[in-house]
Design a protein around this ligand. Structure first.
Ligand code: SF4
Length: 408
């Protein structure tokens, strides 16, 4: 049987000390360390051969022990008149992830200059299995390494550099649950905030979670400047059990309490995200429940229309309904923003693109999944909790029409 060869480590996994040690081990000149670090984080090179500050011998020596980029292929598409760039990235082993680069014009009213944000993936697929999310439907493939996360940011910086712009923000809101891959995520934050590497302020980084309570607690302790976003989606447990299966392990009250403790420890306001789904979580009662759980906390609420995905019977709430809910929340003292979902034109939000590439599930399996969601949401809306998740992770396949795997 042939052995599968592990890929070489990614150079972006190393800081200056690591590169210095590598340079010494390879017998290269000491001054090469600074050149390498600069080439990795500040040049337009995409391969070792493209690093013109290095000698051919140094290029070849380094190429034998480390990959310049951990990405195998990158497909790029610019949409929304060039304001959004979607990247479909293939990693070693064939895992596909998405990153979305969003450019924002200056906003003088809020005292903001031009900004550019990259939304990165932390896992290929996701084990949480939220049924409104295309990534959840793909199931879990594998965790990303710190280098694979950082390389999404390096790609974005190279694109922006070509436009004379700078990357200002990084959000962990792409594929995967970052707090279920916490050590590599923390290591990637180290790299991104290292002045010699990414040079991005911790306060310009957002980590979004579906509610992994131990991860929230640890984040508060070890990276207190990073902003926390919590995907809440519903404030009542029966409905949140359905929308975020992880809720069975850490229910709404525990998640909100962990977020409040995070805000107290860090002094940073928590953002709560609510994906607005027509007739499911967009009624006045839902807003009232949200007010009840968030009352008194240092928080901000983002309302975001759902992206349509084939395997659910659900649609986004109307713009008018979302505004009505926003008004109700504001009237109760909550800070609220209605956001549009950048990347949706490209089908790039929430793993839609990778899901498309994974293939179309059989129509019968989709129809069955939709029927089950109709029944489960009716029960949840009546306040009935189910002990088992309806939408376990795992792609829809003919032999396993409702997916395999375990929800956390
Ligand atoms: S919404 Fe986030 S946590 Fe839920 S399945 Fe999708 S990627 Fe995972």
């Amino acid at each position: 049987m042939s052995e599968t060869k592990s890929p070489l480590p990614a150079i972006s996994d190393l800081d200056l000390a690591g590169i210095t040690a590598l340079v010494a081990e390879l017998g290269l000149e000491k001054y090469r360390s600074a050149q390498i670090l600069d080439a990795v984080w500040r040049s337009d090179a995409t391969t070792w051969a493209g690093v013109t500050t290095l000698s051919k011998r140094a290029q070849e020596t380094l190429a034998a022990v480390a990959r310049f980029y951990s990405t195998e292929t990158v497909e790029r598409e610019d949409v929304e008149d060039g304001a959004t760039t979607k990247l479909l990235i293939t990693l070693s082993g064939g895992a596909k992830v998405e990153a979305v680069l969003m450019r924002y014009p200056p906003d003088p009213r809020r005292g903001r200059g031009e900004r550019a944000t990259i939304c990165v993936s932390s896992q290929a697929g996701c084990a949480v299995g939220c049924p409104f999310c295309a990534t959840g439907e793909l199931g879990f493939t594998r965790n990303l390494t710190a280098g694979e996360i950082q390389d999404q940011v390096r790609l974005a910086r190279q694109i922006l550099r070509g436009e004379g712009r700078e990357l200002t923000n990084v959000v962990f809101m792409g594929m995967g649950e970052p707090l279920q891959n916490l050590d590599p995520v923390l290591a990637s934050i180290d790299g991104l905030t290292d002045p010699l590497r990414g040079g991005i302020g911790q306060r310009r980084i957002v980590v979004s979670t579906s509610g992994v309570v131990p991860g929230i607690n640890r984040l508060a302790q070890v990276r207190p400047q990073v902003t926390l976003a919590v995907s809440l989606h519903a404030a009542r447990n029966p409905l949140r059990d359905l929308l975020v299966p992880l809720n069975r392990k850490w229910p709404v009250e525990e998640v909100v309490a962990a977020a409040a403790a995070h805000a107290r420890t860090t002094g940073r306001r928590t953002t709560f995200e609510v994906t607005m789904i027509d007739g499911i979580n967009d009624r006045p009662d839902d807003a009232a429940a949200l007010v009840q759980v968030l009352r008194g906390s240092d928080s901000h609420v983002n309302l975001i229309p759902m992206n349509s995905v084939a395997h659910t019977p659900w649609q986004e709430s109307s713009a008018q309904r979302i505004e009505e809910i926003a008004e109700q929340l504001r009237a109760s003292g909550l800070s609220v923003t209605v956001r549009r979902n950048r990347g949706r034109e490209a089908g790039a939000a929430c793993g839609q693109l990778a899901a498309e590439r994974a293939g179309t599930p059989p129509p019968a399996a989709v129809a069955r999944r939709r029927e089950l969601l109709v029944v489960a949401s009716a029960a949840a809306l009546q306040g009935r909790r189910s002990p088992t998740p309806l939408a376990p992770s795992g792609p829809l396949t003919p032999s396993d029409p409702l997916g395999g795997g375990d929800a956390p």
